[in-house]
Ligand binder design. Structure first.
Ligand SMILES: [Zn+2]
Length: 116
């Protein structure tokens, strides 16, 4: 596979687009990883990283991987790290998982099957 001499013309727009998606996916991945790493030191910066990842995702239509999306607080945008700023509870009677963000107190409930 070679891109040599290929200019992004209308004809290979598809190729360019998938290249964009690959880069976007990589960036989202890096941003979310860094967001988790920096969380203990700087919550605001961590939120910023998540915000950027979301922005890239929106602009490029690349989805944030499902398993990661469940661990981002929808309310305050923090990455949720279990044992640090998130609490997880299981509700066996209605097969739901409850993830609470200890940063802002937001709660999200997911059925077992949808998660992971
Ligand atoms: Zn939160």
């Amino acid at each position: 596979m070679s891109f040599m001499g290929n200019r992004p013309t209308r004809r290979n727009y598809g190729k360019t687009r998938s290249a964009v998606a690959t880069v976007a996916r990589e960036r989202i991945d890096i941003l979310l990883r860094q967001a988790e790493e920096i969380l203990a030191k700087d919550v605001e910066l961590s939120k910023r990283y998540v915000g950027l990842a979301r922005k890239i995702s929106k602009r490029t239509k690349v989805r944030i991987p499902r398993e990661k999306k469940h661990y981002l607080c929808r309310n305050c945008g923090q990455p949720l790290v279990l044992g640090k700023n998130a609490r997880i509870r299981l509700r066996p009677n209605n097969s739901r998982i409850i993830i609470s963000c200890l940063g802002c107190g937001a709660i999200r409930r997911c059925p077992y099957r949808k998660l992971c």
